[in-house]
Design a protein around this ligand. Structure first.
Ligand SMILES: O=CC(=O)O
Length: 337
């Protein structure tokens, strides 16, 4: 029986938790060569899930590990950290003080891609393996990117809100912009960036421009099995930004990308352009974004699935939720049926 799409990254994650090889070298140095044998067989491992997951996903994890403990259902966090041999983590914060309490911990496997919420230097000191699943949610994230781009360009949430509040809205008052043939700037060169680029290129005849401060690739290979993907790669963000109608963010959060988009960058964007952030909230200066959206001199609108403080709420987003030309979603891009 094939697993529902919701579970594919969990499946990938659980099978990787049996491995001890370390995939992570984040500039902090890498772990010593791992031993050839798994440190612990999955069937003997106690695995902690820091937050409740879909019941089918929990069941799947239970079929793979000796014991699965869900925080809030089976244990509290303190107890769970003491017992865990492994953690299946989504984006939960695992700071140093939490990791040192997890004395048995051998591996953290990220159910997804980004591992910025985990304190990597402590993992290196404590020889805890950290693994992620690159590409596991590329389709899910790229589909929401397209949905948010179209919603911004055609002003869908704004019009819907006006109608619900009883206003008479004439189509001539809410003219949107077409996506077809536009210039798309993508920050990032990973699987999600590529998948998103393919849809913009093949479905909407957009031209694709790329900038990545973190990727070792110089350009996407034309030998990729999914076919050639015509694109222009820029060496600097400032060379790309003035050309783009749509800017989408798919890079990891690192020292090189924190606040990559701030007022200086936003000021150089084209009038009428839109920004979609699917990477991490801290890649964009939210206050600068608020100012740019209020002035409307450059950006027509922006959407974000990720925020500097999550879970997202009215008090945590520097006023963004008060703006008509801003769309928020609650870090939901990675899951769909
Ligand atoms: O945000 C989701 C992920 O990094 O997988």
């Amino acid at each position: 029986m094939s697993l529902p799409p919701l579970l594919t990254n969990l499946q990938q994650t659980t099978s990787r938790l049996q491995l001890t090889d370390l995939l992570l070298d984040d500039g902090h140095g890498s772990l010593p060569t791992p031993p050839p044998e798994p440190l612990l067989a999955a069937r003997e491992a106690t695995v902690l899930l820091p937050m409740p997951v879909h019941p089918v996903a929990a069941e799947y994890a239970r079929s793979r590990f000796g014991k699965v403990l869900v925080v809030g259902e089976d244990v509290d966090l303190d107890e769970g950290l003491k017992l865990a041999d492994g953690i299946l983590n989504r984006a939960n914060a695992l700071p140093a003080d939490m990791l040192v309490r997890a004395q048995r911990l051998l591996a953290i496997s990220v159910v997804g891609v980004g591992y910025d919420s985990i304190h990597i230097p402590t993992c290196i000191d404590r020889r805890i393996s950290v693994l992620n699943c690159p590409g596991s949610n590329a389709h899910a994230v790229s589909e929401l990117t397209i949905a948010l781009t179209l919603a911004l360009l055609r002003r869908v949430p704004e019009v819907d809100r006006r109608l619900r509040s009883g206003q008479l809205v004439r189509s001539i008052d809410v003219l949107g912009r077409s996506l077809r043939g536009k210039v798309v700037g993508i920050i990032g060169m990973g699987a999600t960036a590529r998948c998103t680029a393919e849809i913009f290129l093949h479905a909407f005849s957009c031209s694709i421009h790329i900038y990545s401060p973190t990727s070792p690739l110089t350009r996407w290979t034309t030998h990729d099995p999914s076919g050639a993907l015509a694109h222009t790669r820029h060496d600097t963000l400032s060379a790309m930004l003035p050309h783009v109608d749509i800017l989408t963010l798919h890079c990891p959060l690192t020292d090189a990308t924190r606040r990559l988009i701030s007022s200086r960058e936003l000021d150089t964007m084209k009038p009428g352009s839109v920004l979609v952030n699917m990477s991490r909230g801290a890649v964009v200066d939210e206050k600068a974004l608020y100012d740019a959206l209020r002035s409307s001199e450059t950006l027509m609108g922006a959407a974000s699935d990720v925020f500097a403080f999550e879970p997202v709420g009215r008090d945590t987003v520097n006023g963004l939720l008060d703006l008509e030309n801003f769309i928020a979603t609650p870090h939901m891009s990675v899951y769909m049926h």
